[in-house]
Every structure is written in structure tokens, then in C-alpha cells.
Design a protein around this ligand. Structure first.
Ligand SMILES: *[C@@H]1O[C@H](CO)[C@@H](O)[C@H](O)[C@H]1NC(C)=O
Ligand SMILES: *[C@@H]1O[C@H](CO)[C@@H](O)[C@H](O)[C@H]1NC(C)=O
Ligand SMILES: *[C@@H]1O[C@H](CO)[C@@H](O)[C@H](O)[C@H]1NC(C)=O
Ligand SMILES: *[C@@H]1O[C@H](CO)[C@@H](O)[C@H](O)[C@H]1NC(C)=O
Ligand SMILES: *[C@@H]1O[C@H](CO)[C@@H](O)[C@H](O)[C@H]1NC(C)=O
Ligand SMILES: *[C@@H]1O[C@H](CO)[C@@H](O)[C@H](O)[C@H]1NC(C)=O
Ligand SMILES: *[C@@H]1O[C@H](CO)[C@@H](O)[C@H](O)[C@H]1NC(C)=O
Length: 480
């Protein structure tokens, strides 16, 4: 072979490798292949009308690992596009071959493509009123019942099919509630990072921000918490003048300019949400759950904040600007930061509605944490909800009455796992509740990491949680 042809072959293989790489990079967006299906479900599962309405609910299926007789693993979709949860719940794909399982991800109504009234779903209280966890659970049971006829090859007992529910966060509450309310529908539930007890009167309102602060103290650089705490007053002081507001707007590349106290409040809330989300997703590798983030985003964020500019207001704002880009602009593609939640961000709008009606989780900040001190003010909360949605929260005892509150001893076959460095663990189930309702604490872990795909750098705490889940599922499926 001539030298020329050797070089040619080398170049061709290099190009091929590059192409393969490009293909691989692209496919990480959609790591797991899924088939999209739709099913007509009743708009209202609980009331009869003269002309019952149905709408299309989306669900995703992966049958690659399914073998005749194998169980069905169902993810109970929460607040978001179901494909995002499917792509971020690698644990189900990792264990499917072990169980020969069929994987099904069911979308929560009013999210993603499962909009009962299309674009008009959010336009009036009348159209929004079918958005509730109770309706969503009935959807899940409806879909599972339908699947019975198409997929299930065997039964565990004469009336129980081998279906296991999985869910993280609000989805974890849904998986547990599905087992609690429709026990014939699923034999058990893996409920990860579900704030089951985070309802009025059940969990102290200061614990959430306290936990976020602990995450920043543990994973961030020294003084990070102190700097963040100082930040609030600096912003408030600067926002008192037009010059100051312009400075923040420009330095932080806001899409619109701050014009007054209302915008400043929006800005402060936006900032608080970012701190919370960074803490929730403080995974040890880069992820894309709410937004693309580097590994250990809390550390990366804090590394950009030092104390050397404590007396230099503008320097502080500039450094905060760089730190914020860790969250807002990790890919470098963001043109500007929109602090206003936009009306076409349906996911946020729908979840706000759910928080206003059913999922009221009282949060307050005190001097002890890194957030701006703010009491929990139910009256204001309720009024804001009324202004935004024209509805008011359900009575405070709603969750107690509907889902048993903290009284879970009558239920069975649920694993509640919580990352001990997940802010929501403050409202999670961290103790065993009955002979078969178990808690598993995952030391150091953020929000539902146990449901993610396995990673070479996963620590023994996470591995322990996953093997606990597998043992529990085997027991429910009579395989242990
Ligand atoms: C909803 O609105 C978007 C953009 O405003 C549009 O592209 C889409 O076709 C609309 N869908 C329906 C069902 O009306
Ligand atoms: C904010 O302004 C107040 C009153 O002018 C001042 O006492 C305080 O030190 C300022 N705080 C910061 C962090 O600049
Ligand atoms: C937020 O929206 C309000 C109302 O549309 C607008 O006046 C304001 O300029 C926006 N603020 C920013 C910082 O984008
Ligand atoms: C800020 O200024 C005060 C008084 O001017 C000084 O005592 C303090 O050491 C300074 N802090 C920093 C971090 O430079
Ligand atoms: C995002 O990063 C790019 C590249 O560094 C920069 O040009 C752009 O201004 C940044 N946008 C924001 C909103 O920070
Ligand atoms: C989990 O941790 C809590 C303290 O945060 C402790 O009270 C509880 O017993 C632990 N639960 C388990 C199952 O180890
Ligand atoms: C909770 O139950 C599990 C399963 O039986 C058991 O392994 C664990 O030790 C229990 N934990 C506590 C704190 O009782």
C-alpha cells in the first residue's frame, strides 16, 4: 500500500470517527428510544354529564426489553413534558432487562402534549378545573387498565397484574398515591424524593430553605452563603435608583429593564428559584433536567463568588452575573435573561395552578438561612392565587383527608427514597411506615438521583438505594 493510500485511509477513518462522534452527541438528547401513543381518556373521571368529553393523553412505550410474561413498569408523569422524565429516568431502562419489563411513561394531563382543550386549556378557570392530582391518578389507572388488555401476559393473583409504578418528586407522590388509591392497579410503587408530608401544618415552613442553605454550605466554597445573603440587600439598595436598576439590567443581561419595585420583586424571586434549582440538581455529572448544567453546579456557582468585593457593590453584582450564567447560560446560547415567567410557559403556569389549588407547600425563610427573610403568609398566597387563576386553595385538611396525611400505616408496598441533600427531603417520608411501606435515606444525594441512569461515579449510597428498589420490586413480583 502506498503512503498516499495509507494517509487517505487514515483521513477517512478520522472523518468517520468525527461523524460518529457527532451522531453520538446528537443522540444524547434522546438517549432512550420510545414510541409515542395516545389514548382517549375522560375529561372528568368523577362526574357524569349529558355529553361526556374525552381528550388525547400521551404515553410513551419502550418494548425493547419486554419478554412475554414480563412485568410493566409505569412512570407516573408529573409536571412537565413526559419525554423529559423518560430521558431522565434511566434507572427504569437499566433494570428493564433484569425483569424483562415493558416500560411505559404516562403524561400528566395539562402538561406536554396532553392538553384537554389545546391552547385554550389555560385560558379560564372553567378549562383549568380538570387539572388535579386526583384526575391524573384516574388517568393513570385508566391507561393501565387499557394496557391490561393489550400487553399483560400473566397475573400475579387472579386479579393483580405485575405493574410497578415509578415516580420522582411530584411524580413520586403520584406513584405512591396510585398504589394507595388504586392498589389493584399497581403491585407497588418506587417513590423517589416525594414531599409527601409537605403540606400545611405537616412540615415546618422554614425547613426547605434551610436545606437549600445546607447544600450550598456543604458543596459551595466557604463564604458562598454569606455572599448570597449579602446579595439581597445590595440588589434592593441598588434598585432604589434608576441608575442602579439599569446597572443590574445591563450587567445581568436581562431581556427587559427593571422599572420599579414590582420588577425588583420579580427579580428577587427569580434569583431565589435559581438557587433552589441548582441545589435540587446538584448531580455529580452534567445534566439537563430544568436546564443544561455542569457537574456539581452548586460548587461551580460558588467558585465564581469570592469575598474580595464585599465593599464593592458593582463588583459584587458583576460577579453574581458570572455565577448566574452557570445556570442561565451553560451552553452559551442564551441571548438574554427573561425574569418574567412568560404566559406561553404552560408548564410553569399549570404547576403554579396545582400549587395554588392542591399542592400548597408552605415555604418561609428566616435569618438562619441564605434567603431573604420572608414569613409564610397564607392570606397573601391565597390572594395571589385568586388574582392569577380566579380560584382559591382547597381547605388545608385536603391532603390529610384525600391521601391520609402522615398516616401511612394502612398502606403497603411502597418505597420512599430521599436524598439527604435534597431540599424536598424535609417533607419526605424518611421513616418506615408499615411492614411494607419503607423509607430509604440516600446520604449526600440531591433530588431523585436514584431514578437516573447508572453512572460510573455513582457512590455507594446511590447504588444502595437502587439495589433496595430492585429487592423490593422482586418481592412485589413474587420473584424474591
Ligand atoms: C397553539 O399555539 C401555538 C403557537 O402560539 C401554535 O403553533 C399551535 O398550532 C397552537 N395549537 C393549537 C392546538 O391551537
Ligand atoms: C443598604 O442601604 C442601607 C441604608 O442606606 C444601608 O444601611 C445598608 O448598609 C445597605 N446595605 C448594603 C448591603 O449595601
Ligand atoms: C416584565 O414584564 C413587565 C410587564 O410586561 C414589564 O413591564 C417589565 O419590563 C418586564 N421586566 C423585565 C426585567 O423583563
Ligand atoms: C470593608 O470595609 C470595612 C470598613 O471600611 C473594612 O473594615 C472591611 O475589612 C472591608 N471588608 C472587606 C472584605 O474588604
Ligand atoms: C451567554 O454566553 C454567550 C457566550 O459566552 C454570551 O455571548 C452571551 O452574552 C451570554 N448570555 C447571557 C444571557 O448571559
Ligand atoms: C432517615 O433519616 C432520618 C433523619 O433525617 C431518620 O430519622 C430516619 O430514621 C432515617 N430513616 C431510615 C430508614 O434510615
Ligand atoms: C425499614 O425497613 C427496611 C425493610 O424491612 C429495613 O431494611 C430497614 O432496616 C428499616 N429501617 C428502619 C430505620 O427501621
Amino acid at each position: 500500500m502506498s503512503l498516499f493510500s495509507k494517509i487517505l485511509i487514515y483521513l477517512i477513518s478520522l472523518i468517520l470517527l468525527l461523524l460518529l462522534n457527532i451522531i453520538e452527541v446528537e443522540s444524547t438528547d434522546q438517549k432512550y428510544s420510545l414510541e409515542t401513543r395516545y389514548i382517549e381518556v375522560p375529561l372528568d373521571h368523577f362526574a357524569a354529564t349529558s355529553s361526556p368529553k374525552f381528550f388525547k393523553l400521551r404515553y410513551l412505550i419502550n418494548s425493547k426489553y419486554h419478554v412475554r410474561g414480563g412485568p410493566v413498569f409505569v412512570y407516573t408523569g408529573n409536571n412537565g413534558d413526559i419525554s423529559i422524565f423518560a430521558q431522565n429516568t434511566g434507572f427504569m431502562f437499566d433494570i428493564a432487562p433484569v425483569f424483562n419489563a415493558l416500560l411505559v411513561f404516562i403524561e400528566h394531563r395539562y402538561y406536554g402534549q396532553s392538553l384537554p382543550f389545546g391552547n385554550a386549556s389555560f385560558s379560564s378557570p372553567e378549562n383549568l378545573r380538570y387539572l388535579s392530582s386526583t384526575q391524573a391518578l384516574a388517568d393513570f389507572a385508566f391507561v393501565i387498565d387499557y394496557l391490561t388488555r393489550s400487553f399483560y401476559e400473566n397475573v400475579i393473583t387472579h386479579d393483580t397484574h405485575p405493574v410497578v409504578a415509578f415516580g420522582g418528586s411530584y411524580g413520586g407522590m403520584l406513584s405512591a398515591w396510585l398504589r394507595m388509591k388504586y392498589p389493584y392497579s399497581v403491585v407497588g410503587a418506587i417513590s423517589s424524593s416525594a414531599p409527601m408530608f409537605y403540606f400545611p401544618g405537616m412540615t415546618s415552613c422554614d425547613l426547605f430553605y434551610d436545606k437549600v442553605t445546607q447544600v450550598f454550605e456543604k458543596f459551595g466554597r466557604d463564604q458562598c452563603v454569606k455572599t448570597i445573603k449579602l446579595g439581597w440587600d445590595v440588589i434592593i439598595n441598588l434598585s432604589k435608583t434608576k441608575l442602579g436598576m439599569d446597572f443590574i439590567s445591563t450587567t445581568w443581561k436581562l431581556c427587559g429593564r427593571l422599572k420599579g419595585p414590582e420588577d425588583t420583586e420579580t427579580l428577587l424571586n427569580w434569583l431565589g428559584k435559581i438557587y433552589v434549582n441548582i441545589a435540587l440538581t446538584n448531580y455529580h455529572y452534567p445534566t439537563d433536567l430544568y436546564t443544561p448544567l455542569p457537574a456539581y453546579p452548586v460548587k461551580v456557582f460558588c467558585d465564581k463568588l469570592t469575598t474580595s468585593y464585599f465593599n464593592d457593590t458593582k463588583g459584587l453584582i458583576e460577579h453574581f452575573g458570572h455565577a448566574l450564567e452557570v445556570y442561565t447560560n451553560y451552553t452559551g446560547k442564551r441571548v438574554c435573561n427573561n425574569i418574567n415567567s412568560t404566559n406561553d410557559d404552560y408548564t410553569e403556569f399549570a404547576y403554579d395552578y396545582q400549587q395554588c389549588t392542591e399542592l400548597t407547600m408552605p415555604k418561609c425563610s428566616t435569618d438562619a438561612d441564605m434567603f431573604m427573610t420572608k414569613p409564610w403568609d397564607f392570606e397573601k398566597y391565597s390572594m395571589d392565587c385568586y388574582k392569577k387563576f380566579g380560584v382559591r386553595a382547597l381547605p388545608p385538611q385536603w391532603s390529610q383527608v384525600t391521601y391520609g396525611g402522615k398516616n401511612l400505616k394502612y398502606y403497603s408496598n411502597i418505597v420512599f427514597s430521599n436524598g439527604m441533600m435534597d431540599p424536598y427531603s424535609c417533607g419526605g417520608v424518611t421513616g418506615n411506615m408499615s411492614a411494607t411501606v419503607w423509607a430509604f435515606n440516600i446520604s449526600d444525594a440531591p433530588h431523585h438521583i436514584d431514578l437516573r441512569n447508572s453512572d460510573v461515579a455513582d457512590n455507594n449510597y446511590v447504588l444502595g438505594a437502587r439495589s433496595f428498589h430492585i429487592q423490593a420490586i422482586k418481592q412485589w413480583l413474587n420473584m424474591a
